[in-house]
Write a protein that binds this ligand. Structure first.
Ligand code: 13P
Ligand code: SF4
Length: 377
């Protein structure tokens, strides 16, 4: 972990110049104040009053542009609080965002998240315009594997189903049998083993997710050596130090973290799972060992819970700002395109996942099950 004494990281850049030349001047005047005061009331515990005048004119302009352009903003749980709470229309974990994208009625989807999420939205809604405010918003897991890699795995293990994490490119999804997210990885793995009539499933590309799934199922798992650059950095020692420094703190983490971190934590689940845990259990003191903005967004909903703040930043998620969301809506930047032949095959993998019964609550990783051996393909 970078810094156990948390201070707000300096990722904000709304005051930066736009890459384009907006013809309208955005200022914090009385009209903007009147339009946005109710939104500040919502986020006042996580955004300093000095920061608000830089955000408010963009928030007012984005909310106006959304109406004018019949657009909707899908916001992942890792978006900064001014995006998540003040311009996001629908929000959630990757699974929820994929489900929501499939049902959108608006003409334009702006993905406030990373590229694979926008690509998933485009695959599910080929007739809509899908925009991502910054094309460079990638993901270390999506970077770790290509469609050719998956085709080679398939050739080597033709009898085993290939379950692919949604944090991958359309080309990888196209070569796969079914997708999963952290919210349903055990469910999808067990479904695939049954459907293909095998005792073994190939679950790629996140080695840690695969190891955590393997500890929660009797299905044998083969995996790939990919990792999330945010979660792989947490250690079991971090958890120990947190517990010593903050007696009674409840530790939540994500299944992209190493197995010993999941075992040392009190709960591991998807970002929606972590948010639901805090909402339902209202722990006095909690730490979310995940991306930094999660705590701000969960804190907005749970004012009586105290948040201990160690976290790691996702540089890809942090590429999305109010400024580039505004530019996206104003200049139709940057449009996601997916080759229809690839999209058609990728859609099958995503749809198989979406067709599985929706669990009543997000999947929880049982930290008390013994780790099992997982081979790399
Ligand atoms: P979730 O599906 O849990 O939201 O995770 C997405 C992600 O990028 C986690 O690092
Ligand atoms: Fe990818 Fe990790 Fe960032 Fe999520 S947090 S987008 S898995 S690098």
């Amino acid at each position: 972990m970078d810094d156990m004494n948390w201070t707000r990281p300096n990722w904000r850049c709304d005051t930066e110049q736009s890459d384009y030349s907006p013809e309208e001047t955005l200022v914090y005047d009385d009209d903007v104040k009147a339009d946005t005061d109710h939104l500040y009331e919502r986020v006042k515990d996580v955004i300093l009053p000095e920061e608000w005048p830089a955000h408010a004119p963009l928030i007012a302009a984005i909310n106006r542009l959304k109406k004018e352009r019949r657009a909707i903003i899908l916001a992942h749980n890792y978006m900064t609080p001014e995006i998540f709470n003040c311009v996001g229309d629908l929000s959630g974990d990757s699974l929820a965002l994929a489900r929501m994208a499939a049902d959108v009625e608006e003409d334009i989807i702006v993905q406030a998240g990373v590229h694979f999420m926008a690509e998933t939205a485009k695959i599910m809604c080929p007739d809509k315009t899908v925009l991502i405010p910054d094309m460079r918003a990638g993901c270390s897991l999506a970077e770790s594997i290509t469609g050719e890699d998956v085709a080679a795995i398939k050739a080597k293990y033709p009898d085993y189903p290939i379950v692919t994490y949604v944090n991958t490119s359309a080309a990888v999804k196209a070569e796969s049998d079914v997708c999963c997210t952290s919210g349903n990885a055990v469910q999808v793995t067990e479904w695939a083993a049954k459907e293909w009539g095998t005792d073994t499933v190939i679950l790629i590309p996140d080695e840690f997710l695969a190891r955590n799934v393997a500890a929660n199922t009797d299905v044998r798992i083969l995996t790939w050596k990919g990792a999330c650059e945010v979660h792989e950095r947490f250690t079991a020692e971090d958890v120990e130090v947190l517990r010593e420094g903050h007696p009674g703190v409840v530790v939540l983490t994500h299944p992209e973290s190493p197995v010993d971190v999941v075992k040392a934590a009190d709960y591991a689940g998807s970002t929606a799972g972590m948010a639901a845990y805090v909402k339902n259990k209202q722990p006095a003191k909690v730490v979310l060992l995940t991306e930094c903005s999660m705590s701000d967004n969960v804190a907005v909903e749970n004012p009586s819970v105290k948040f201990v703040r160690p976290c790691n930043l996702c540089p890809h998620m942090k590429r999305i700002t109010l400024r580039n969301i505004y530019d996206a809506l104003r200049y139709n930047r940057h449009e996601i395109e997916v080759d229809e032949t690839i999209a058609a095959r990728a859609r099958v993998s995503i749809q198989r996942m979406l067709d599985l019964p929706k669990p009543d609550s997000p999947a929880q990783f049982d930290k008390d099950r013994a780790p099992v051996d997982v081979e790399l393909v």
